[in-house]
Design a protein around this ligand. Structure first.
Ligand SMILES: [Zn+2]
Length: 250
């Protein structure tokens, strides 16, 4: 292989790694937001259950107030019952007492329902608290992982820039200029392998003659479609007697 071709392939690997590091850095705010949103959802679920518990407690206080009031009425009617003079007054008072008793039973039933609901909602709050604590711990771990990925990416950017400069210094200026020109044009990659007779990036089928010329990886040839510098890979080199013997069975 042409030494400069080997170097630009290596240079492309450095570019790829640098691109991954840049993407890690660029994606970091969005990933932070996703993490925060996940935790906020768990917090909301917990608040919702706590809200139900508070509503249950408040309803229970209202029922207890209503019950106390009805019991006071009942006891007042019972006192009055002792003082009635006529049969008609007696019956009217009995009616009031019955109504109050019915109301008391109704409130007692409601109170029982609230107490059952209290047990259920209390259990839900407990579960939501545990889920939140679990999510919070996971969130902290993910934040820490994200922070270390970010730190690694920042270090990698510098390291890769140094590696790139060192490698670029060994490449002949016209080849380096070609690489940089294609990279600028294609944004992320300037070098790509030929596989199964095609440019592996844009997939255009190359002329058989071109593929034959590329096999030795001794020339600089740009894909006619995407302009990337092509090199030969995967498919075994033009068979010679020794190659044929060494080639694995396909
Ligand atoms: Zn191409």
């Amino acid at each position: 292989m042409h030494p400069d071709l080997e170097r630009v392939i290596h240079l492309q690997r450095i570019e790829d790694a640098a691109e991954r590091a840049r993407r890690t850095i660029a994606d970091e705010p969005v990933r932070q937001q996703e993490l925060a949103a996940g935790l906020a959802a768990a917090r909301e679920a917990l608040e919702r259950e706590r809200g139900r518990l508070a509503a249950n407690q408040s309803a229970r206080r209202d029922i207890e107030k209503e019950l106390a009031m009805q019991q006071a009425r009942l006891s007042k009617f019972r006192d009055q019952l002792m003082e009635v003079k006529t049969n008609r007054e007696y019956q009217a008072m009995q009616k009031e007492i019955e109504t109050a008793q019915q109301e008391i039973r109704k409130q007692e039933d409601r109170l029982l329902e609230q107490m059952l609901e209290f047990d259920e909602v209390t259990q839900h709050v407990k579960e939501a608290e545990q889920a939140f604590l679990h999510d919070q711990a996971a969130h902290e771990q993910e934040r820490a992982a994200l922070a270390s990925q970010l730190a690694e990416a920042k270090v990698a950017i510098d390291t890769l820039a140094a590696d790139r400069a060192a490698l670029a210094a060994q490449i002949s200026p016209p080849v380096l200029a070609l690489f940089d020109r294609v990279l600028k044009y294609r944004k992320t990659s300037a070098v790509t392998p030929v596989r199964a007779g095609r440019c592996s990036t844009c997939q255009i089928l190359l002329r058989p003659q071109t593929v034959v010329e590329l096999r030795r990886n001794e020339i600089f040839y740009q894909c006619e479609s995407c302009q990337r510098i092509l090199y030969y890979e995967d498919v075994p080199a033009a068979p010679t007697a020794s190659d044929a013997a060494a080639r694995p069975v396909e």
